[in-house]
Write a protein that binds this ligand. Sequence first.
Ligand SMILES: NC(=O)c1ccc[n+]([C@@H]2O[C@H](COP(=O)([O-])OP(=O)(O)OC[C@H]3O[C@@H](n4cnc5c(N)ncnc54)[C@H](O)[C@@H]3O)[C@@H](O)[C@H]2O)c1
Ligand SMILES: O=c1ccn([C@@H]2O[C@H](COP(=O)(O)OP(=O)(O)O[C@H]3O[C@H](CO)[C@H](O)[C@H](O)[C@H]3O)[C@@H](O)[C@H]2O)c(=O)[nH]1
Length: 329
Amino acid sequence: MKVLVTGGAGYIGSHAAAMLLEKGHQAVIVDNILTGHLDAVNKNAVFYEGDLRDAAFLDDVFAKEKVDAIVHFAASSLVGESVEDPLKYFGNNVYGMQVLLEAMHKHEVKRIVFSSTAATYGDTNVVPLTEDLDTNPESPYGESKLMMEKMMKWCDQAYGIKFVSLRYFNVGGAHPDGQIGEDHQPETHLIPIILQTALGQRDHISIFGEDYPTEDGTCIRDYIHVMDLIDAHVLALEYLEKGGQSDIFNLGSSQGFSVKEMIDVAREVTGKEIPAQVGPRRAGDPAVLIASSAKAKDVLGWNPTRTDMKDIIGDAWRWHQNRPNGYDA
Ligand SMILES: NC(=O)c1ccc[n+]([C@@H]2O[C@H](COP(=O)([O-])OP(=O)(O)OC[C@H]3O[C@@H](n4cnc5c(N)ncnc54)[C@H](O)[C@@H]3O)[C@@H](O)[C@H]2O)c1
Ligand SMILES: O=c1ccn([C@@H]2O[C@H](COP(=O)(O)OP(=O)(O)O[C@H]3O[C@H](CO)[C@H](O)[C@H](O)[C@H]3O)[C@@H](O)[C@H]2O)c(=O)[nH]1
């Protein structure tokens, strides 16, 4: 398959491009390097630097490349920022999807795999979360992803564009070769912040609240290895190629780890002290988010194999040790 990877210079998209190429597919990357990195662009992919919302640019890419399918990662994805600046999220995410679907419709590309999020569900006490639950996003980020899912649903009905929407839980880890990994500026995610503390780049990690109704009082999340996550994208592309119907799937490892447990595993993996201090809660954090991924396993045949937290943190640690200051250093 020849696959267009939007956001292929970002954390997850760079891993997708690498795995597609390793499996013998062709990868065409579109990225504006807004939050991604030129160094993360795979040397064996065809790369177009530009903005998805630039209809003429995208039309040119589609005309030149004649791709079979899209894997759509390009988006703005900071929950807190989206509350402060919702129009940035509707502009980049929702309008970006509009321009992409227009190009797909015009060039008769009928298959798309989409990066959605557990943030579409909102704060709920249900454990584990299944795809049939109500969606009540608590942030413009989650809302924008839900709107994008609905846009694809209507475009399927009208134009026969088939989609698989993958609702990620907490993505971590890195390619086992240690050459690509997570490098967000600013960094807000737990695992890289823990590992930057292990490297001595931060004097401590702040634990955002220990008064949640969980065993140790800190938030519980479902962490999934980025390579397992990308396996599901390849399976989703194959599912659509074989004529599968449009659908939505959760992607998580279906096990919960608290913030304190994550810090303890990282201390074991790195052999570093990793000082931690308990601070106030961060607004908008639900106490527990755990996926049911039974549907992805049943329908797509997905089988995540890197669910040991030591593997997820260990692979991320290899990357952080290789590139302590990230790509641009
Ligand atoms: N990281 C997570 O834990 C997580 C969880 C749930 C969902 N997601 C989703 O997965 C996707 C990838 O996340 P990530 O962590 O790799 O983010 P990232 O910021 O590292 O990657 C996004 C990439 O898209 C590019 N981009 C953004 N807007 C663009 C535009 N208009 N035109 C062209 N390129 C554009 C950026 O430059 C960047 O390279 C996002 O859609 C995000 O919402 C991520
Ligand atoms: O310095 C930190 C950073 C995080 N946390 C805690 O660690 C947990 C994980 O936080 P992350 O920021 O790593 O991840 P989130 O669970 O907030 O968000 C993730 O899951 C969301 C879905 O709920 C979205 O998909 C989002 O894009 C994705 O990063 C949370 O309880 C958070 O409060 C800390 O205690 N200290």
